[in-house]
Design a protein around this ligand. Structure first.
Ligand code: UDP
Ligand code: MG
Length: 312
């Protein structure tokens, strides 16, 4: 029987962990030809998440877990989970049941049909604030214009992959991880399964608007260098404009004479150009700082504890 590892990143999910386990277990029984291992990754939770996971592990040998020394973020938790997963098939899903486990049989069928990966995307954003949906849509439009890697709008981090694809994802060791991009960058044949948006079963989303915004900017920096071209394009445009202005002033001087006035407009122009220069330097700085973090080669996460041999 093939082993299917289900990786579940959890950050302050004491209420959802047991519900998630129950829901997955109910479906796991229907999966033919595979045995399931659960791999909970406690991402430095400050509530009772780890005890909840340990309680599950005590009752079921199929439950394994990892616990980080602090909160390293969902991307790191996913990476650690995939790295420690033992299955020939690996699924990743959220702990809050926004990724319906009932789709697992369908995902598995896709792999049996010969796909390397089956992934879930939501077709609506019901239950989400309108402004958030709007910004998210604009983000996907923007990033897909700027990047050669396709970032699918509405893709959830719920997917089932073959070992070959997981190894490919693990071989991308960058520090600034943007999974949605990495899954797409490694390629392979992916089947998309669509579902409606579901609310969390309990607890709260860890992604404030501001955190999402920063994540979006990270995503753009990780998968596109287009912003770097902005400086060159703006520079060229400004050169063109100033060339026209020079011609205009020479002609005016030749015809009307004594027309060297307008220092107020000069100040505005200097301020505008200084502003544009600073903006472009800021973009450069963003890429430089990311490069700086990458060169340090820090580990993506640090483990504090993990399930013992009893669960091997
Ligand atoms: N998560 C995590 N580390 C974090 C933030 C979130 O492991 O720093 C996990 C969280 O426990 C959940 C999943 O990532 O299982 C998705 O988080 P959440 O439901 O808060 O995000 P949303 O669904 O609102 O985008
Ligand atoms: Mg969620």
């Amino acid at each position: 029987m093939e082993l299917l590892s289900i990786v579940i990143p959890c950050y302050n999910e004491e209420k959802t962990v047991p519900a998630c386990y129950e829901a997955v277990r109910a479906v796991a029984g229907q999966l033919t030809g595979v045995s399931v291992e659960y791999l909970f990754v406690d991402d430095g939770s400050t509530d009772g998440t780890l005890s909840a996971i340990k309680a599950l592990a005590d009752g079921d040998k199929a439950v394994r877990w990892l616990s980080f020394s602090r909160n390293f973020g969902k991307e790191a938790a996913l990476y650690a989970g995939m790295e420690h997963a033992r299955g020939g098939l690996v699924a990743v899903m959220d702990a809050d049941l926004q990724d319906p486990p009932a789709l697992l049989p369908e995902l598995l069928n896709a792999i049996r049909e010969g796909y390397d990966c089956a992934a879930v995307r939501r077709v609506d954003r019901k239950g989400e604030p309108a402004i958030r949906s709007f910004c998210a849509r604009q983000f996907y439009k923007l990033i897909n214009k700027m990047s050669h890697t396709e970032i699918v709008d509405g893709a959830r981090d719920f997917r089932l992959m073959t070992r070959q694809m997981v190894d490919a994802v693990l071989s991308v060791k960058e520090y600034n991880r943007f999974s949605k991009g990495i899954f797409s960058w490694v390629g392979f044949k992916t089947k998309w399964i669509e579902t409606a948006n579901l609310p969390r079963v309990a607890g709260e989303s860890k992604w404030s608007f501001f955190r999402l915004l920063l994540y979006a900017l990270d995503g753009i920096a990780a998968f596109s260098t287009a912003p770097l071209a902005i400086a060159s394009v703006l520079g060229l445009i400004l050169c063109g404009v100033s060339g026209l202005a020079i011609v205009f002033i020479i002609v005016r001087e030749l015809i009307w004479r004594g027309s060297a006035y307008g220092w107020a407009s000069l100040v505005c122009i200097i301020l505008l150009i200084a502003g544009i220069q600073l903006f472009c330097m800021g973009i450069l700085g963003q890429y430089l700082s990311k490069t700086y973090l990458e060169t340090k080669k820090r580990p993506l996460y640090v483990l504090r504890e993990q399930s013992g041999d009893g669960h091997d």
